[in-house]
Design a protein around this ligand. Sequence first.
Ligand code: BUP
Length: 462
Amino acid sequence: HTGATPHVVLLPSAGMGHLVPFARLAVALSEGHGCDVSFAAVLPTVSSAESRHLRALFAAAPAVRRLDFRLAPFDESQFPGADPFFLRFEALRRSAPLLGPLLDAAQASALVTDIVLASVVLPVAKARGVPCYVLFTSSAAMLSLCAYFPAHLDANAAAGGGRLGVGDVDIPGVYRIPKSSVPQALHDPKHLFTQQFVANGRGLVAADGILVNTFDAFEPDAITALRQGSVVSDFPPVFAVGPLQPVRFQVAEKPAHYMRWLSAQPARSVVYVSFGSRKAISTDQLRELAAGLEASGQRFLWVVKSTVVDRDDAADLADLLGDGFLERVQGRAFVTKGWVEQEEILQHGSVGLFISHCGWNSVTEAAAFGVPVLAWPRFGDQRVNAAVVARGGLGAWEERWTWDGEKGLVTGEEVAEKINAVVGNDVVARKAARVGDAAAAAAGKGGTSYQSLADFVGRCRD
Ligand code: BUP
């Protein structure tokens, strides 16, 4: 694989939030930039959505080679009650040494590893002389937090005799991330996720470069600060390559039910509601949300997820949402528990607002299609991403709204009021459309993100 065609090996980790951008990167490198691409499939997957996505990727992009990556045995019982995705991150991290032979056999020109594996994979690649890049699957704001967080903890420990822990984080050159937006797990230094996050943050400086699924015009502060070395000095080059374009999967013979329903609704009239695939919602909050959607009087398409892992989801929608709800909203609403093709939904002209948990892929998809977002973040990086939505002009964020019930439930009344304030609001819609135009310009030939990816490929060629 020397000379003109670089061979790039991609190593994603668990969860759709990680698999989706890796699949998009695989296709962009293979079809858009003439690379040989190998894609590590880590088996078994945690969710059935991941299994389906892997199958669909290899069917849609036959040039992308599949590399099966078998994990070392891992005793999960040492982490009772841990999130199944965090457990998989840990199992993958412990299997990093097994990557060595895989890289040797592949004769890779470069490896792109998922951020959650960075600190353990980088040394393996380095030891073999394989350049190693990181794909950061969240916002540049979150990347700046990841890079700066170890220094924040060190400074607080020095100031408070090791007792202070996490506070508001003033990221040099970026902006302040209030303590309430710092991912909850990071407030506990002993948390498995915190240990991984800090190790990866410290390890990042050893990467040959970092790819981020964002674009210059959307997150100028964080991208500039990272590139100038204001966040961490001697930081590796940052390639803002987003929004990565959706993979064109083979089309189903018949459009899905919800797409047919969507096509029968007036332009920009539908509120699309989805809070991602990774965490259950309490029944009480679910019912307030239902009440709010009903009281708003708007049309809506709601994807309800009530379990952590989709394989466990047997609950009945009618039980979940309460007596008579589905009947009362019939006609103006489509409610489903199943997997939907979100990209297709967000591209559809009938959608006028996206109520989102602000998983980063969801944000980039809304940005790509200029759909206004009402941010209702839940956990992890989502509050940091919600701030990007609000700052970047993509939509609104009601910061008081949480999901932990700590500040009490968000009532149906509040939800309805907020929806009606943003849906059909011309100012909101115009600003979001401008973000969509900027996203298209960045990703198009000659745009900042296209050029960044070309620069990355150029380095793999050297
Ligand atoms: Br749910 C759902 N259909 O029904 P995020 C999600 N998606 O296409 P998350 C669907 O999965 P993490 C569905 O378009 C996005 O590309 C969605 O990624 C797609 O959030 C992806 O938005 C989900 O980053 O993952 O699932 O919470 O927490 O790992 O970021």
